[in-house]
Design a protein around this ligand. Structure first.
Ligand code: 5GP
Ligand code: ZN
Length: 119
């Protein structure tokens, strides 16, 4: 269930600039900022401005929002100069995927070759 704001959520605070982060893009739907512990030379997190726990928290009403997140990923990839070299967009959802922050976020990864099968 979407909440405007969860007072215990670090990514809600980042979206509202209540704690510092390197924001690279923001619009009425999403905020994108550099990951604190990057695993690739370009590692940006893209989040909905409202608080969703994870993908399971999304339904038909979020179809457009989820589209905006992917469109933002493509735009940011272009801004970051990795459109042509390539990039990966990843959602870690739940324990097996190793989700650690429970505000839905998409990782935008690029700047070096990645081996999908070794994940
Ligand atoms: P997850 O493992 O949940 O898919 O990804 C969470 C990501 O959030 C991790 O890559 C982690 O480095 C990043 N992260 C956690 N806390 C912060 C923070 O306070 N600021 C920023 N910029 N990234 C964070
Ligand atoms: Zn949140």
């Amino acid at each position: 269930m979407m909440k405007e704001y969860d007072q215990d959520c670090i990514f809600c605070k980042i979206a509202k600039s209540e704690i510092p982060s390197k924001i690279v893009y923001q619009n009425e739907f999403v905020t994108a900022f550099e990951d604190l512990s990057p695993v690739t030379p370009i590692h940006i997190l893209i989040i909905p401005n409202g608080h969703y726990h994870d993908l399971n928290d999304c339904g038909e009403n979020e179809a457009s929002l989820l589209g905006h997140i992917l469109l933002a990923a493509a735009k940011i990839a272009k801004d970051q100069g990795i459109s042509d070299s390539g990039y990966r967009v990843v959602v870690n959802d739940g324990p097996d995927a190793g989700q650690t922050v429970f505000h839905l976020h998409f990782h935008l990864l690029g700047g070096r070759p990645m081996n999908f099968r070794s994940q």
